[in-house]
Design a protein around this ligand. Structure first.
Ligand code: SF4
Length: 198
C-alpha cells in the first residue's frame, strides 16, 4: 500500500503517543485495503488478533465482515478498513472519548489519502466518534447521511452480530442498502451491472 503520503501516515501512526493506549500494545493497527477505495469501513479499535498481527479486522469479527462483503459480491481487497483508534484498548474495552479525540487526526489524515465517497461506521462507538455523539445504533442504523459529498451510514459492528445473531437480518438490510447506494453512485461498475442487476 505505501505510496507518497502513505509513508508519512505510517510514520505518524508508529510514532504516535498522543494517548495512553500505546502502552502495552504489541502493534499499532493503522488499517489496510485499497488505498484509493471509494468505500471505507471504520470500526472502533483493534482487538487481540489485530494487535498481534498489526492488521485491522482479522479476528472472528473481521472474518464475518469479509463474509458480509462477499454476500454483496464485494471482494474485501476492494475496500479500505480501519478503526477510530489505532492501538488496542486494554481488555478490549471501549476507547473513551479522550482517546478517540487524540486519534482522530490520524483518521482524518487517512480519510484525505483514501478520499472515499462512502463511509460505513461499524458500531455505535465509531458512529458517535465520527458522525454524531448522540447516535443510538438500534435507532439510527441504516440511515444515510451526506456530509460534504461523502455518504455515511452506521450499522452494527460485526462483533456485536456475533454476540447477537438475531440482529443479522437488520445488518443484511443495511448491506442491501449499501449495495444499492454503490450501484446508484456507480462506484464499482465492474462489479455491479447497473442495467441488469438489482
Ligand atoms: Fe496515538 Fe491513536 Fe495509539 Fe492513542 S490510540 S497512542 S492517539 S495511535
Amino acid at each position: 500500500m505505501p505510496e507518497g503520503n502513505w509513508f508519512t501516515f505510517e510514520e505518524h501512526v508508529q510514532a504516535c503517543c498522543a494517548c495512553d493506549l500505546h502502552r502495552g500494545i504489541r502493534n499499532k493497527v493503522p488499517g489496510q485495503g485499497d488505498p484509493h477505495s471509494p468505500l471505507m469501513f471504520i470500526g472502533e479499535g483493534p482487538g487481540e488478533q489485530e494487535d498481534a498481527q498489526g492488521l485491522a479486522f482479522v479476528g472472528a469479527a473481521g472474518q464475518l465482515l469479509t463474509r458480509m462483503l462477499q454476500a454483496i459480491s464485494l471482494p474485501r481487497e476492494r475496500v479500505y478498513i480501519c478503526n477510530v483508534v489505532k492501538c488496542r484498548p486494554p481488555g478490549n474495552r471501549t476507547p473513551d472519548m479522550q482517546e478517540m479525540q487524540a486519534c482522530l487526526p490520524l483518521l482524518r489524515e487517512q480519510f484525505l489519502l483514501v478520499r472515499p465517497r462512502i463511509i460505513i461506521l461499524l458500531g455505535a462507538t465509531a458512529a458517535r466518534a465520527v458522525l454524531n455523539p448522540d447516535i443510538r445504533i438500534t435507532r439510527d442504523r441504516g440511515r444515510w447521511v451526506e456530509r460534504k459529498g461523502v455518504w455515511f451510514m452506521a450499522t452494527y459492528h460485526p462483533s456485536y452480530l456475533l454476540r447477537s445473531p438475531e440482529r443479522k437480518a437488520e445488518a443484511w438490510k443495511d448491506l442491501q442498502s449499501l449495495r444499492a447506494q454503490l450501484m446508484a453512485m456507480k462506484l464499482y461498475p465492474d462489479l455491479y451491472d447497473t442495467l441488469h442487476d438489482n
